[in-house]
Design a protein around this ligand. Structure first.
Ligand code: UD1
Length: 363
C-alpha cells in the first residue's frame, strides 16, 4: 500500500501521527518504493494551543487539507467531518485511510473511507473501557468494527479483537506511537515560564488535567472534585493546565482554590517537562496515564474505568474513581511516598512507528 491518508483531529492525535509521518519520510529516503501520503486535519481542535503548537513542536508538516469543522455536538462534528472528508476523497483516492486513537475524527473518517472502498487502518485499535457512556468508547467500537488493519498497543487489545471475531492476520501488535513521541522528545523538553514564576522544583508539585464530560460538565461535580483535591494536597501546589471545555464550566463556578495554579493548555514539550519533574499527576485522560507509566511518575486517574488497564497492572497508574474518600486516601498514599514503582509495557520502546510503516509498505 503506498497511497495513504493520515487523519488527525484532536490534541491527543498529534503525538500519535507525528512519529508515523517521520517514519514514512525515513522509509522514503531509504527505499525505491515511495509511500505517498496526505495529512488531513479535521479541525476538531483549532485553538493554537490545542493544535498548531503541537505541530510546531513535534515537527509535523502542515496538513495538506484542513477540513475546518470546529466545535459542535458529537453528531454535528461527526456529520461535518464526514461531509468534508468525502469531498476530499473525490480529489485523491488513497489505498489506505490511517486513523489513530478514539476521537470523533477517528470514527467519522473511518466510516467515510470505508464507504468509498478505501481500506481502514486503526492505530491503537482494540482497547476497551467497556463504559459506553464515554463517546470515545463508541468511537472505538464503531471504528474497530470496520477496520481492515489493526495496529495495537498491547496484547490484551489483540485478545479483545480476537474475541470480537477479527482474524489474526489483520492484527499487528506494534506498541505505542504516543510513546515514540515521548521518548523521541525527552532531550528537547522545555521549562515553562511558570516553573520560575512559581519557584517550582523537582517533586515539589503535582500536575492535574481534567476534561471528561463526566467530571467537568456538571458544576456540582467539578466544584466538589476541585475542593477535595485543593484541601488534600498537603504542602504541594497543583499545576492545572485547563482544557477549554473545563474552563467554560470553571468560570461559572466563580471560586478560587488556593493550592491550584491554573494555566491555559500547555504545549507538548512544556507539559511533558512538568510531568517528568512532578511528584505525581491527577488526570482523567487516558494518554497521560501511558506517559506517566513510561516516565514512572505516580498517576491518579479520576475515572471508574480505563481502556488502558496495563497502566494500572504494569505501570504507575491507579484507578481512583471519583469518590472524595478514595481521592483523599490516594493523595495521602502519594504524600507518604508509598507509591508502586511500575514497569514499562512490552514494545513501548520508541520504535513503533517504524514497525507500522514497514508493515504498511509490505502489504
Ligand atoms: C476530545 C476527545 C477526547 C480527547 C480530548 C483531548 C472526542 C469525543 N473527544 O474531547 O477523547 O481526550 O479531545 O483534548 O473526540 N474547544 C476549544 N478549542 C479547541 C477545541 C475545543 O475551545 O481547540 C472547545 C469546544 O468548543 C468544546 C470543547 O472545547 O466546547 C470540547 O471540544 P471537543 O473537541 O468537542 O471535545 P473534547 O472535550 O476536547
Amino acid at each position: 500500500m503506498n497511497k495513504i491518508d493520515i487523519i488527525a483531529g484532536a490534541r491527543p492525535n498529534f503525538m500519535k501521527i507525528g512519529p508515523i509521518i517521520h517514519a514514512i519520510h525515513e522509509y522514503n529516503n531509504k527505499s525505491s518504493l515511495q509511500i505517498e501520503y496526505r495529512l488531513i486535519h479535521t479541525g476538531q481542535h483549532y485553538d493554537k494551543k490545542m493544535s498548531e503548537d503541537f505541530f510546531e513542536q513535534l515537527n509535523i508538516p502542515k496538513p495538506h487539507i484542513n477540513l475546518g469543522v470546529g466545535s459542535g455536538t458529537q453528531a454535528e462534528q461527526t456529520a461535518n467531518i464526514m461531509i468534508k472528508y468525502e469531498k476530499a476523497l473525490t480529489e485523491w483516492k488513497p489505498d489506505l485511510c490511517l486513523v489513530v486513537g478514539d476521537v470523533t475524527s477517528t470514527m467519522a473518517c473511518a466510516i467515510t473511507a470505508k464507504k468509498q472502498w478505501v481500506k481502514v487502518a486503526h492505530v491503537e485499535g482494540g482497547i476497551r473501557s467497556y463504559d459506553e457512556k464515554m463517546p470515545e468508547e463508541i468511537n472505538r467500537m464503531v471504528t474497530d468494527s470496520i477496520t481492515d488493519i489493526f495496529f495495537t498497543t498491547t496484547k490484551l487489545a489483540n485478545q479483545n479483537l480476537k474475541n470480537l471475531g477479527h482474524d489474526d492476520d489483520k492484527i499487528y501488535f506494534v506498541g505505542n506511537t504516543m510513546i515514540d513521541s515521548l521518548i523521541g522528545n525527552l532531550e528537547r523538553l522545555k521549562e515553562p515560564p511558570l516553573w520560575i514564576d512559581n519557584k517550582l522544583s523537582k517533586n515539589s508539585y503535582l500536575v492535574m488535567t481534567l476534561h471528561r464530560p463526566s467530571n467537568v460538565d456538571g458544576m456540582d461535580n467539578l466544584r466538589s472534585l476541585l475542593k477535595v483535591i485543593n484541601d488534600n494536597v498537603g504542602n504541594k501546589k497543583v499545576i492545572f493546565p485547563m482544557h477549554p471545555r473545563t474552563k467554560k464550566m470553571y468560570e461559572q463556578l466563580g471560586m478560587q482554590f488556593s493550592n491550584l495554579i491554573i494555566t491555559s493548555p500547555m504545549s507538548y514539550l512544556e507539559f511533558i517537562f512538568l510531568i517528568k519533574n512532578s511528584a505525581g499527576v491527577i488526570t482523567d485522560s487516558g494518554g497521560i496515564t501511558e506517559e506517566t507509566t513510561v516516565l514512572k511518575i505516580p498517576c491518579l486517574t479520576l475515572r471508574d474505568s480505563t481502556e488502558r488497564p496495563e497502566t494500572v497492572s504494569i505501570g504507575t497508574n491507579e484507578l481512583v474513581g471519583k469518590n472524595p474518600k478514595d481521592i483523599v486516601r490516594y493523595l495521602k498514599k502519594l504524600e507518604a511516598g508509598n507509591w508502586k514503582v511500575g514497569g514499562i509495557p512490552e514494545l513501548w520502546d520508541g520504535q513503533t512507528a517504524q514497525r507500522i510503516v514497514k508493515i504498511i509498505a509490505s502489504l
